[in-house]
Design a protein around this ligand. Structure first.
Ligand code: AMP
Length: 222
């Protein structure tokens, strides 16, 4: 069996993190979230965290070399043959090129790229009501998908918080960074025959079924 090696692409607030957790639970994959990794470095006040903090709080992308080093390092620590989902990385063409080189160096390549599509107005509406678990990364919406007990993660029982960059003014900057710097990756991966677009406005359970089918089909070489 070929282990799935996926990139989840798409603007913030489109459900990438939620689906990365669901697919990792379902298929035994490792979900590597670049945003969660950076937030952890910032919380720990590490040298990388100090370098990244200003960019993250302003909603801008951290420099390519910083995030590429972190993410290729994390991939390199996975056991040989492990399947993974990269959530939020790469976000620029140079990052995608570095990822390709890093994977080629390990004798592997991506098996698919999922492009989560959603309009800006819906994204802003979702993000400003988002609450996240600081422990396991699960995400909720206080209006449309609240946890069973207010403020408590259904998945691991830890406390939920609002991300400081989920404020509306920062979200606008994050969306413009996405359109300017990340959207070109849609062409990049289409040209390589890897892109599969999903309608992120669909219910999460429906998207989960669609992704599971895409992953299973890729495994059969369809
Ligand atoms: P996310 O949790 O994916 O929305 O990421 C939160 C923030 O982390 C982004 O707004 C960026 O500041 C930074 N970040 C995450 N991934 C990347 C990346 N691949 N390249 C540059 N910056 C990133």
């Amino acid at each position: 069996m070929t282990a799935p090696r996926l990139v989840f692409l798409g603007p913030p607030g489109t459900g990438k993190g939620t689906q990365a957790l669901r697919m990792s639970d379902r298929f035994g994959l490792t979900a590597l979230s670049s945003g969660d990794t950076l937030r952890r470095e910032i919380r720990e006040d590490s040298p990388i965290g100090r370098e990244a903090a200003g960019f993250v709080s302003a909603g801008e992308l951290v420099p390519d070399a910083v995030i590429t080093g972190i993410m290729l390092g994390a991939i390199g620590r996975l056991p040989a043959g492990a399947g993974f989902i990269l959530d939020g990385f790469p976000r620029t063409v140079p990052q995608a090129e570095s990822l390709d080189r890093g994977l080629t160096g390990r004798g592997i390549g991506l098996t698919g790229v999922i492009d989560f599509r959603l309009g800006d107005a819906e994204i802003v509406e979702r993000i400003i009501h988002r609450r996240v678990c600081t422990k396991c990364g699960a995400s909720y919406n206080e209006r449309s998908a609240p946890p069973a007990s207010p403020g408590v993660c259904d998945r691991c029982g830890a406390e939920l918080t609002q991300r400081s960059d989920d404020r509306e003014d920062v979200v606008v900057t994050r969306l413009s960074a996405y359109r300017r710097q990340t959207a070109p990756l849609v062409d990049y991966y289409t040209q390589r025959g890897l892109l599969h677009a999903v309608d992120a406005a669909a219910p999460a359970a429906q998207i989960e079924q669609e992704l599971a089918a895409v992953i299973a089909a890729a495994d059969r070489g369809a």
